[in-house]
Ligand binder design. Structure first.
Ligand code: ADP
Ligand code: TRP
Length: 336
């Protein structure tokens, strides 16, 4: 029998996830977690680079954890934890920094993009407004991955450079200390064909940064209003319409059963179905599918819910694994 592989992924804690996150990341990850040794963590110290409001950071961490649990993450099979609850990660990051070339960090996309923005704005100091947390981000991410002796990291394509850096850093360590301990070399697992991208209410990619997203667990009345406000053209009810050019139809096709989508497509193409009716259908589909999860989400978000206990239990499991790796690393480098 093949040895089981360890899968690990980090989730940014940046507010309540939306429909795009669900179909693009959460659902595929939950499916993969059913058959692998999986670890999911909330990357709260990564989020601290951009979120400086403690109340928001706290709320976002709980919200993202509650979302994954409400969507069906099984904490018997999968270890769910907060990065911040595993201090071994930060010790490993310090150790990894001593084998990481600064030049490698200078070439990191996120850091370079921040410098390019400063250059484009005509500033004299290209490092203006860039903190060391952003600069060190790839090292912390390497520590997240290597501390769990991860084999596979399922992430979006935008994270490919971070995975390459993790491999470089692990190899540098292994080259120096391999006689005593070697990290397994991890690989990235990227969505096939780039994955499907859900449109936001304005037709661009659904994203929090465009503020065009449909949060997963909005209260019912707000959800209804948001869906009603999705812009559509002024084709009258009785005229034929192009379903593929309409955002509500594209979203419906992710949510509804295939026959239902086909039926709506025919009615739009034939004329007689108005955009208002289509939006009602979309609202119903979202509400039916996500309503029960929303109830669970609300329970978990209530103060004093079992959420904190679940995260604590996950942290204990994660720490046991992290401490075992760190002990081997410390021995290998001569700090024990
Ligand atoms: P946002 O753009 O809202 O900030 P993130 O960049 O935090 O979202 O994305 C988190 C995860 O959700 C990533 O794996 C990303 O690929 C996925 N994702 C985000 N937006 C979409 C979308 N519109 N369609 C499909 N997947 C998406
Ligand atoms: N950088 C990842 C993102 O922006 C989040 C992340 C942090 C991560 N540490 C990780 C992902 C370790 C995979 C493994 O989405």
């Amino acid at each position: 029998m093949a040895a089981t592989k360890t899968y690990l992924t980090g989730i940014q804690t940046s507010g309540m996830p939306h429909l795009g996150n669900y179909y693009g990341a959460i659902r595929p990850a939950l499916t993969a977690a059913e058959s692998n040794d999986s670890l999911y963590f909330l990357a709260d110290y990564h989020s601290l680079n951009s979120i400086k409001d403690p109340a928001k950071l706290r709320e976002d961490i709980r919200s993202v954890a509650a979302t994954w649990l409400a969507c069906g993450l099984d904490t018997e099979r999968t270890v769910l934890y907060r990065q911040s609850a595993v201090p071994e990660v930060f010790e490993l990051a310090t150790i990894l920094a001593t084998v990481t070339a600064k030049g490698l960090m200078n070439r990191a996309h996120a850091y370079k993009a921040a410098r390019d923005r400063n250059e484009a704005a005509g500033g004299a100091d290209l490092d203006a407004g860039i903190n060391m947390g952003l600069f060190n981000y790839p090292i912390l991410m390497a520590a997240d991955i290597l501390i769990m002796e991860t084999d596979v990291v399922p992430v979006g394509r935008d994270q490919a450079q971070h995975i390459e850096y993790t491999v470089d850093i692990a190899q540098a360590f292994n080259h120096l200390y391999g006689e005593h301990y070697s990290f397994p070399i991890p690989e990235g697992a990227y969505p096939e064909g780039g994955g499907s991208i859900l449109p936001g209410v304005d037709g661009r990619k659904m994203s929090k940064s465009y503020d065009n997203h449909i949060p997963l667990f909005m209260p019912e009345n707000k959800l209804k209003k948001l869906v009603r406000r999705i812009p559509t053209d002024s084709t009258p009810v009785e005229e034929p319409k192009d379903p593929d050019a309409s955002v509500p139809f594209q979203l419906l096709s992710y949510l509804a059963a295939a026959e239902r989508t086909q039926d709506v497509r025919k009615r739009l193409e034939a004329g007689g179905m108005g955009w208002g009716e289509l939006k009602n259908e979309l609202f119903e589909e979202i509400d039916t599918r996500f309503g029960p999860m929303r109830d669970r989400y609300d329970e978990l978000m209530a103060p004093g819910s079992e959420l904190d206990g679940i995260l604590e239990a996950g942290a204990q499991r994660a720490r046991r694994r992290a401490a075992a790796t760190l002990a081997k690393v410390r021995r290998a480098i001569g700090i024990d």
